[in-house]
Design a protein around this ligand. Structure first.
Ligand SMILES: [Ca+2]
Ligand SMILES: [Ca+2]
Length: 576
């Protein structure tokens, strides 16, 4: 339980954080033994066991490939209109698939910064909530996103999809950080979204639902976490406020959007952050606002510093148990001329992030990995800013190409939990079953009479929407009973979940665990029971549909296993 040791350390420091000495000691104490191993959460499946480094590069460009540096990730924005190539292609997302394929052909994992809401009709950034509350806008918006998921599925390789930087922050502001604020999600009329709440939280869940409905399991979805939308900009201005309360506040808003268990049964894979959208000295020179971070390893976390940002990332990492991808990291270095970038050598504004990460070995990358960071994506967030094409350094070399390139070509910086699976606790010994599912008997009535159809269902994971389960059954007023045995893979407390629309009740080992035999919209119920791995227990699940949408799902989780539909191999059908 080394996390508790961590929290202990943190609170100790927080209690004494009026000076910098304690913070320095904290930084020192964590540097060696814990290294990158103290980050919480799993590295999403399909990502390598190192901190991936990438660049913004537009369709058709080959600078990254020509550079000879082993970049990992290539990203670009997908803005409103992408789905039909702004009128130049069919309305099928093929332009997007081309970008994914082009990136893969050049050896890169593609990343999409999905940035479409601001381009939807109805106003600018200040109208974000209003757009999300407009059913027709949401129907067309999520229609486009569904097409993205279909093309990502066609692509078939891991794809980072970073969702709506800025827009999520504006929703946070415009809803006064209330995730239950109305949004037109089920109300959009999109069939896949029928079971989701009409709330801002439901807006976040809609992306998860569409990924799941399309089956784009290779899409790695990232939810943007704003460092400014809580009314405190913790990275640039509110730099002495304690970080914990700010993290808690924003987490409470974002968690129901899909950072924790929810009705879709899935969650976001990563958190997404943006350290700053322009070079720091652009703000100083042009706007008179100093946003440069102190790069010193002994800087207080209560100062405008890399240490403070890393601490914020770490608190989030531990709270949400998810890794971070940072994107749109500015490209300025200390040799830039602090002028508008017209493409001449060293034109653009000074920043210190590339030097922080790449000019002094790899310890700073490792430090950020320790805070949960698994990806560093660099790119100018606006025109006139520094760029990797002309970031000429004091040695006459292009900085990113020569410095980041050297680190990447030497293999990069490793991270702890590679391979996409969490390290199981020692006690988690799996006993895999050989089952084939449950006997499913379906009835043409609400009350388990008029038996109409019997079959073996590999599992119970149905979302029939407004359709019938089978042509022999009606779309409304039907019911079903699944019977057989369940065999847990792991010993200990197992939590069973039903997700149903409408009524449901579940017995395990003769015990009535869940009883919600009422008309209702999609609802999750859960209960826990202690079971022994490999042993078979009687299971009975009864369900009825009244009218409208129909959902029936049976899931489980335990300390050793993430929440998921109970797999076929662990279910044995009753013979009659
Ligand atoms: Ca129905
Ligand atoms: Ca219903």
């Amino acid at each position: 339980m080394y996390y508790s040791k961590w929290f202990g350390l943190f609170f100790l420091a927080a209690a004494a954080c009026s000076g910098t000495t304690e913070t320095t000691e904290l930084a020192d104490s964590r540097a060696e033994p814990l290294a990158a191993s103290s980050a919480s959460g799993v590295v999403p499946s399909g990502l390598p066991a190192r901190v991936v480094v990438g660049l913004f590069e537009d369709s058709g460009q080959t600078w990254m490939k020509d550079s000879g540096a082993r970049w990992d990730v290539r990203y670009r924005y997908f803005t409103k209109g992408w789905v039909n190539n702004w009128g130049w292609s069919a309305n099928d997302g093929s332009w997007g698939l081309d970008y994914l394929n082009e990136s893969a052909q050049q050896g890169y994992l593609p990343a999409v910064q999905y940035y479409q809401i601001v381009g939807e009709a109805g106003g600018g950034e200040s109208a974000t909530l209003q757009k999300v509350q407009t059913a027709s806008t949401m129907r067309s918006y999520f229609g486009d996103f569904k097409i993205l998921m279909q093309r990502v599925k066609d692509f078939g390789k891991p794809t980072l999809v970073l969702l709506e930087a800025d827009a999520v922050g504006f929703l946070e502001q415009q809803s006064n950080e209330n995730p239950n604020t109305y949004a037109a999600i089920a109300a959009s009329g999109m069939p896949e979204l029928a079971g989701l709440p009409d709330t801002v939280a439901g807006f976040g869940l809609a992306y998860l639902k569409l990924k799941q409905a399309v089956g784009a399991s290779n899409a790695i979805l990232g939810l943007h976490v704003s460092a400014w939308a809580s009314s405190k900009d913790i990275a640039s201005y509110s730099v002495t406020d304690p970080l914990g309360p700010e993290v808690d506040k924003v987490y409470n808003f974002l968690a129901p959007m899909g950072l924790t268990n929810n009705v879709t049964g899935t969650q976001y894979d990563v958190l997404v952050g943006d350290p700053l959208d322009r070079d720091a000295d652009y703000y100083r020179v042009v706007q008179g606002s100093d946003r440069m971070w102190d790069p010193s390893d002994s800087a207080s976390i209560n100062s405008r510093s890399f240490n403070r940002y890393a601490e914020w990332l770490k608190l989030w990492n531990q709270k949400a148990a998810k890794r971070w991808v940072l994107w749109q990291i500015p490209l300025g270095n200390s040799n830039h001329k602090n002028v508008w970038n017209n493409g001449g050598p060293a034109e653009g504004y000074k920043d210190n992030r590339p030097e922080y990460f790449f000019a002094n070995g790899t310890s700073h990358i490792a430090k950020f990995a320790d805070s949960g960071v698994i990806g560093l994506l660099f790119g100018a967030g606006a025109s006139g800013q520094s760029s990797y094409q002309n970031d000429t350094y004091t040695d006459g070399q292009l900085f990113m190409k020569s410095r980041a390139g050297a680190i990447l070509n030497a293999g990069g910086v490793p991270i702890s939990t590679g391979g996409g699976t969490p390290p199981p606790p020692a006690a988690c010994t799996a006993v895999n079953g050989t089952g084939s599912g449950l006997r499913g008997e379906y009835f043409a009535s609400k009350n388990l009479t008029r038996s109409t159809l019997t079959r073996v269902d590999p599992n119970v994971d149905f979302s029939w929407g407004s359709a019938a389960p089978n042509s022999a059954l009606p779309a409304d007023r039907f019911s079903a009973r699944w019977t057989g045995q369940v065999s847990p893979r792991f010993s200990g407390s197992t939590t069973f979940y039903t997700v149903s629309d409408d009524g449901i009740r579940l017995w395990v080992n003769g015990q009535l665990l869940i009883d919600n035999w009422t008309d209702h919209g999609t609802t999750e119920n859960s209960a826990s029971i202690t079971l022994t791995a490999g042993q078979k227990y009687d299971l009975k699940l009864e369900y009825y549909e009244a009218t409208g949408g129909a959902v029936s799902r049976l899931l489980w989780s335990s300390a050793c296993e993430a929440k998921q539909a109970i797999p076929k191999a662990q279910l044995y059908p009753a013979s009659k």
